[in-house]
Structure formats: structure tokens, C-alpha cells
Design a protein around this ligand. Structure first.
Ligand code: HMG
Ligand code: MG
Length: 298
């Protein structure tokens, strides 16, 4: 892929906030998304319509989605695990959704209380309804480079699940290193294997930075041809059902690297840094973004 443009999928309001100890009020979440809408980001995952018993941090999904300013040219996908989630999302006008499963059976069981195939069965009707409604569906595959319960995850399992999601109608499949254990050569080999079955243009990469490998992994995947990268402003979050997993790679750090490489994102780094610093203040913790730390140092 010779394109110089990378689309950043900002997942902070969902993947970030779903696993923060601090429960932010809906008004602050709305302000976060509105601020992100002014940075030039074109995809902002706003929240998730999962069971509030499982993820209390996002129990206010409907209020948040209703409250955000829908900026022209920006899409606001939301996570849904089943038809019930899809219906809740549609009730408030969501125009794009994301379904999620994993390459590891053990992880999927902890995350959604179902086997991989059962979780896919649950969102087959979501994909059918979405097609009829003209709603785009993104698919996530978790634990593509390792699982907190099963350890190694065979690449063949990642390929099988990614191919299935694509066949079912997901326009984009995001490959998630949920616990941030991957390293660049492994990430590259995994992406290459998946891209043999699913077009590269339909793939995204999603790295958590637990072991500090996320930027290196992203670089390896860019070299392989991927042009969609998930990240979270200020590097917040993690997965509540993945023990020890820390936040997503920070959007500020990804944008800084890409611009430094002469690639374009359409994102205004200064505004993103401002938003990241503001969010860290709201959460009452230091930012996990090295760029924001450097730019806002006293
Ligand atoms: P379950 O308990 O097996 O489901 O949970 P159930 O169908 O038996 O329903 C139990 C109760 O939940 C019922 O309520 C349902 O109505 C309710 P009750 O009768 O007990 O009062 N319920 C719902 N309520 C609201 N919205 C819904 C919904 N569905 C059922 N959509 C379920 C199964 C999938 C619902 C649950 O396990 C769940 O919500 N899990 C979500 C876990 C989650 O959000 N994990 C984090 C996101 S994934 C991630 O972070 C990875 C990613 O970032 C990529 C990466 O990093 O790898 C995407
Ligand atoms: Mg994630």
C-alpha cells in the first residue's frame, strides 16, 4: 500500500473509559467526544451498548450518545454484543456499530460468556438487521497476539475468525492485541496471514501498550500495508476481562509518529494533546501519552 493517509479510529470514549476506575459523569464524556470531534478525527467510537452489569462504566451509553454533537464528516460507531445492544443503539440513532469476538475461546468466555461460535451466532441477526437498516458494521477480533488465560493464540485461529467476520458482512475487521503482549515480527506475521484471506483495505490494527510495544507493532503493520489504526487519546483504558491489560496506545503518540514519517491523518496534534491533557485531569491521573507528557511538561 503506497497511500500516505492513515485513518485513526479513536476508541478512547469506549475502550478507554470502559476500564477506568474513575466513573466520569455523562456530561464529561459528552464533552470529551465533542472535543475529539474538533481535532480532525473522522471516526470516534462513542460508547458501548453492552450489559450495564458487565460494564457499569458505560451504563450511560444512551445519554452520552444522545448528548454528543454529531459533527459533519465524523462517524460515531458504538459497540454492541447482541441484538438487544443493537436495538438500544438504534433507538438513539447510532448509524454504525461494532461487534466483537476473539481468537481465544478462554478469553471470549470471560468477556461475553459465550464460545466464539456462540458469540458469532448472536451477532448474525445484528448483521442482518444492520444490512437492512443501512448501518455499517465493524468487527473486532480480540487476543490476536496472546490471551491472558490460554497464552499463545495460533495465527490460524485469528485468520479463521477474521475471515468469518468479513464474510458475514463486517466492512472492517480490527485485529486487537487486547493485552498488549505482541512484538513487531509477530504482529507483522499475523497481519500478513490475515491479509491473505481478507483484503488489507478492510483491516485495522488495535494495540494495547502493556509491554510498550504498540508503536513498534503499528510501524511493522504499516510497512505491511495497513492504513487504519485504533488508538485512545491519553492512552486510557484496557479490557475489564483481560487481567493486567493496560490502555490502548495513545492517539497523540500514533499521530506524532505518523506525521513524523510524512504520513497524513487529518488530525490536529495540538488539539489532540490539549484534549488528552484535559481528559487526564478529569480522570485524576497522569496521561499515558508520552507526547502529551512532553508537550505539557511544566
Ligand atoms: P449474559 O449474562 O451471558 O447475557 O451476558 P444474557 O443474554 O443471559 O443476559 C443477561 C442480562 O443482561 C439480562 O438482563 C439481559 O437483558 C441483559 P436481566 O434479565 O438479568 O435483567 N443484557 C443487556 N442489557 C443491556 N444491553 C445489552 C444486553 N444484553 C443482555 N446489550 C453479554 C452476555 C454479552 C450481554 C455480556 O457478557 C456483556 O455485556 N459483555 C460485555 C463485555 C464487554 O463489553 N467487554 C469489553 C469490550 S470488548 C474489548 O474491549 C476488546 C476490544 O477493545 C478489542 C481488543 O482490545 O481486543 C473490542
Ligand atoms: Mg481494546
Amino acid at each position: 500500500n503506497s497511500s500516505n493517509h492513515v485513518r485513526i479510529v479513536e476508541v478512547g470514549p469506549r475502550d478507554g473509559l470502559q476500564n477506568e476506575k474513575a466513573m466520569l459523569p455523562a456530561a464529561i464524556k459528552i464533552e470529551l467526544i465533542d472535543r475529539l470531534s474538533d481535532t480532525g478525527l473522522t471516526t470516534i467510537e462513542a460508547t458501548s451498548f453492552v450489559s450495564p452489569k458487565w460494564v457499569p462504566q458505560l451504563a450511560d451509553a444512551a445519554e452520552v450518545f444522545r448528548g454528543i454533537r454529531k459533527a459533519p464528516g465524523v462517524v460515531y460507531p458504538v459497540l454492541v454484543p447482541n441484538l438487544q445492544g443493537y436495538e438500544r443503539a438504534r433507538e438513539v440513532g447510532a448509524g454504525e456499530v461494532a461487534v466483537f469476538t476473539a481468537a481465544s475461546e478462554a478469553f471470549n468466555r470471560k468477556n461475553v460468556n459465550a464460545s466464539i461460535d456462540e458469540s458469532i451466532d448472536r451477532f448474525v441477526p445484528v448483521l442482518e438487521r444492520a444490512r437492512a437498516d443501512g448501518v455499517a458494521v465493524r468487527g473486532y477480533v480480540s487476543t490476536v497476539l496472546g490471551c491472558p488465560y490460554q497464552g499463545e493464540v495460533p495465527v490460524a485461529d485469528v485468520v479463521r475468525v477474521a475471515r468469518r467476520l468479513h464474510e458475514l458482512g463486517c466492512h472492517e475487521v480490527s485485529l486487537g492485541d487486547t493485552i498488549g503482549v505482541g512484538t513487531p515480527a509477530k504482529a507483522r506475521a499475523m497481519l500478513r496471514a490475515v491479509a491473505a484471506e481478507v483484503p488489507m483495505a478492510a483491516l485495522a490494527v488495535h494495540f494495547h501498550d502493556t509491554y510498550g510495544q504498540a508503536l513498534a507493532n503499528i510501524l511493522a503493520c504499516l510497512e505491511e500495508g495497513v492504513r487504519v489504526v485504533d488508538s485512545a487519546v491519553s492512552g486510557t483504558g484496557g479490557c475489564p476481562y483481560a487481567k493486567g491489560a493496560t490502555g490502548n496506545v495513545a492517539s497523540e503518540d500514533v499521530v506524532y509518529m505518523l506525521h513524523g514519517m510524512g504520513m497524513t491523518t487529518g488530525v490536529d496534534l495540538d488539539r489532540l494533546v490539549e484534549t488528552g491533557a484535559w481528559l487526564a485531569g478529569q480522570l485524576g491521573k497522569a496521561t499515558a501519552s508520552r507526547v502529551t507528557r512532553a508537550r505539557t511538561a511544566a
